[in-house]
Design a protein around this ligand. Structure first.
Ligand code: ADP
Ligand code: MG
Length: 164
């Protein structure tokens, strides 16, 4: 198995924190988003806490976070902002009914070898790559579920509505 040459890991933790998350040393990783504190609007969610406080606390405890809501309310932007402020690379994955596990994990690629035969090369998927690098992964569902409606605030969604 080989990894791509450009694999770059995250920086070491600094003593600084953002919410409850450790801020990492910047390494110039190309997948670290850029969003400044001035451009991010923090929202009070529950018990007077902000979205940033709640999510960074959960992440610092080792939990995964699921953000639910209609398109455009800021779910992805929050993930980007946390990564931007803590120097974490972010890989985004769009999930749909046609997403295979190979799309996330990676696959073997068949190549011609110099001796005229064939050889295989492993190509990382975004999830594997994120794990190798210590990066974060943000997945977005591009199509509504066929049997359940988890987005209660968009009651007009149905299974035959176009992907967004
Ligand atoms: N907290 C926020 N502060 C400032 N702008 C925001 C915020 N949340 C969302 N936005 C703006 O709204 C846009 C859409 O948000 P996005 O995260 O893509 O929505 P979602 O992932 O929920 O569909 C962002 O690109 C950004 O310009
Ligand atoms: Mg999104």
């Amino acid at each position: 198995m080989s990894t791509e040459d450009s694999t770059q890991t995250v920086g070491a933790a600094t003593t600084e924190t953002f919410g409850n998350l450790a801020v990492l040393e910047p390494t110039g990783h190309p997948m670290v988003p850029e969003i400044t504190q001035e451009t991010y609007h923090r929202r009070s969610v529950a018990g007077g806490r902000t979205d940033v406080e709640i999510v960074t606390r959960a992440l610092a405890l080792g939990m995964n976070v699921v953000l639910k809501g209609p398109p455009g309310v800021g779910k992805s932007y929050l993930a980007k902002y946390l990564c931007a402020q803590t120097n974490r690379p972010l890989y985004r994955i769009t999930l749909s009914e046609t997403t295979y596990k190979e799309d996330l994990l990676g696959h073997l690629h068949l190549l011609s070898s110099d001796d005229g035969g064939t050889r295989t090369e492993w190509i990382d998927g975004p999830l594997t790559r994120a794990v190798r690098e210590g990066a974060s992964c943000c997945s977005t569902r591009s199509t509504p579920p066929t049997r359940t409606r988890s987005l209660r605030s968009t009651p007009s969604w149905s299974s035959d509505r176009p992907a967004r």
